[in-house]
Design a protein around this ligand. Structure first.
Ligand code: ATP
Ligand code: MN
Length: 289
């Protein structure tokens, strides 16, 4: 089947602050595709769409629109009210088609289509208080100490927003509930080490200026923004892979649609690509008593 993607309204401006048009955005997706697609492959995808750019209306889209071309793959998951046909993005053409749809953020689930009940990623979502990225860095170092002690291999990225994500690919075997329990336990261990720095308090007002570790992203129906996904924010920032040695030395606002295509050979992107080829790891016993 020929998959043709015609870019409609190529001059429409999606990020006005950097004058990024739809044409440039689709070019960006093409440039990062090779690094990004493995992290989308076979996963139900939620999207943030912004047809009029980041200054216009934005909405989460889970269900694939009826007008999608027949070659766009989907995976249907039963939901409370009706089934949802999530888009699955396995190739450059689908990425371009989604770009043309002004899908500005890509949020894959931690499960793959052939085993929707068996997650394969554990993520620590590090949410600092406003304008305190250094606090996120400090907590990331702490989380990495704990995961190192547990013998877990980790991947690190900026969120493209305020914080950081630590992602652990895991062997499929545990249930969604077990993943949640393991994430809760990991968060607890980190919090026990530095209760002055870390909170699991959901309500912002109750966090007392501490960094929030949100374990709730760890279940089959959750999502975390994909590496290389832009954010539908004014500054066109991107969720970008980094390595621990860069913590404290990098500025997450420097990773944008403009800069990232030139940074794909850095250590972070290389580490994420290498991880695709590594044997998967089990969740350690200590997290699943
Ligand atoms: P930041 O660093 O600014 O926190 P983030 O991407 O980590 O950026 P969070 O609000 O911490 O944003 O959410 C973590 C993840 O949970 C997101 O990347 C997204 O995939 C998912 N998420 C957040 N809010 C929603 C929502 N309203 N609906 C669906 N998924 C969401
Ligand atoms: Mn977050």
């Amino acid at each position: 089947m020929t998959k043709t993607v015609k870019i409609t309204n190529p001059d429409k401006v999606l990020w006005p602050s950097l004058d990024i048009t739809k044409r440039r955005y689709v070019d960006y997706l093409d440039a990062v595709g090779e690094r990004m697609l493995p992290w989308l492959r076979d996963r139900p995808l939620s999207l943030v769409r912004a047809p009029d750019g980041v200054t216009g209306e934005r909405y989460y889209q889970k269900d694939t629109p009826k007008y999608a071309p027949s070659w766009i793959r989907t995976v249907t998951i039963p939901a409370a009210r009706r089934d949802v046909a999530y888009t699955v993005c396995n190739d450059a053409e689908t990425l371009a088609w989604l770009g043309n749809q002004a899908a500005l953020e890509f949020h894959p689930a931690p499960v793959r289509r052939d085993k929707l009940e068996r997650p394969d990623q554990l993520t620590v979502d590090i949410d600092p208080p406003d304008d305190a990225f250094e606090a996120a860095v400090e907590v990331a170092r702490l989380v990495l100490e704990v995961t190192d002690d547990l013998g877990l291999r980790t991947l690190l990225k900026t969120s493209g927003g305020k914080g950081l994500h630590i992602v652990m690919p895991i062997r499929r075997g545990v249930s969604s509930d077990e993943l949640r329990r393991a994430a809760n336990r990991l968060t607890e261990i980190v919090q026990e080490r530095r209760p002055d720095l870390v909170t699991a308090e959901f309500r912002k007002a109750d966090r007392g200026g501490k960094v929030m570790l949100d374990p709730s992203r760890n279940h089959a129906g959750a999502t975390v923004v994909a590496p290389y996904s832009p954010r539908a924010r004014d500054e066109a920032t991107v969720s970008f892979p980094v390595v621990p040695a860069e913590l404290g030395r990098m500025d997450p606002s420097a990773f944008t649609i403009e800069t990232v295509p030139k940074l794909l050979d850095r250590k972070g992107p290389r580490a994420w690509s290498e991880a695709e080829r590594e044997a998967s790891q089990r969740i350690p016993r200590a997290l699943l008593p």
